[in-house]
Ligand binder design. Structure first.
Ligand code: 5GP
Length: 216
């Protein structure tokens, strides 16, 4: 979409991508997201905008972009969100402008979001989105993992299991599905997907000048 490769010395410039990791709670998404952010310098977490006031220790621009309700409304009016939602009386959204600017510069963004957020992002920007779904190896194992958070009551665990089942039912809205038997093996697969997606011809905007250089 109008993305021209530039004249810089960076011949192999590429367009960034939006890497979505979804899974039911307990299947390993949060751990995988942390591992990816720690090991891969080219990807960073997408930072949402919110009208919620910062909690102690939260940093503007890192945990959220903290904005006033008026500013948030203006961003809605300017169509500056991929998606937004109201949660417990505060508004949260994924700002388009900042992400688009990053993608153009080759920055990859990680999204740790559910199937609804995934659908909304995909509808707005199919070419940049890569959707990965993580499944638990079995329902028993999922139950065991949800149980191992010792602080939760039986009702909380039952409610989580129900939500997990609902989330799993959306597995077919993803490009890739990984069964998380072993977190290290699963992580290697996540990285393999990311590496392969980065090499897609359409994303490697620097290929045209590079190949032109090979032909002279
Ligand atoms: P918290 O205020 O505890 O940081 O987040 C409250 C809720 O808002 C969480 O369930 C979180 O997933 C959700 N949330 C955070 N950012 C976004 C966003 O950009 N879009 C949507 N739809 N929900 C978000």
């Amino acid at each position: 979409m109008g993305d021209s490769s530039d004249t810089t010395a960076d011949q192999l410039h590429r367009r960034g991508l939006m890497f979505i990791l979804s899974s039911p709670s307990g299947a390993g998404k949060t751990t995988l997201s942390r591992m990816l952010l720690a090991k891969d310098p080219e990807i960073r977490l997408s930072v949402s905008a919110t009208t919620r006031p910062p909690r102690p220790g939260e940093v503007d621009g890192k945990h959220y972009h903290f904005v006033s309700p008026e500013r948030f409304q203006a961003m809605i009016d300017e169509d500056d969100f991929y998606e937004w939602a109201e949660v417990f009386g505060h508004r949260y959204g994924t700002p388009k402008g900042m992400i688009r600017a990053g993608l153009k510069q080759g920055q990859d963004f990680l999204f740790d979001i559910d199937w609804q957020g995934t659908q909304q992002l995909y509808q707005k920007d199919q070419q940049d989105v890569v959707r990965v779904f993580i499944l638990p190896p079995s329902i028993d194992e999922l139950h065991r993992r949800l149980h191992s958070r010792a602080t939760d009551s039986a009702e909380v665990i039952a409610a989580r299991m129900e939500r997990a089942r609902a989330e799993i039912s959306h597995w077919d809205g993803y490009d890739y599905v990984i069964i998380n038997d072993d977190i290290e093996v699963c992580f290697d697969k996540v990285r393999a997907i990311l590496e392969a997606e980065r090499m897609k011809r359409a994303r490697q905007t620097g290929l045209i000048p590079f190949v032109r250089g090979l032909m002279v």
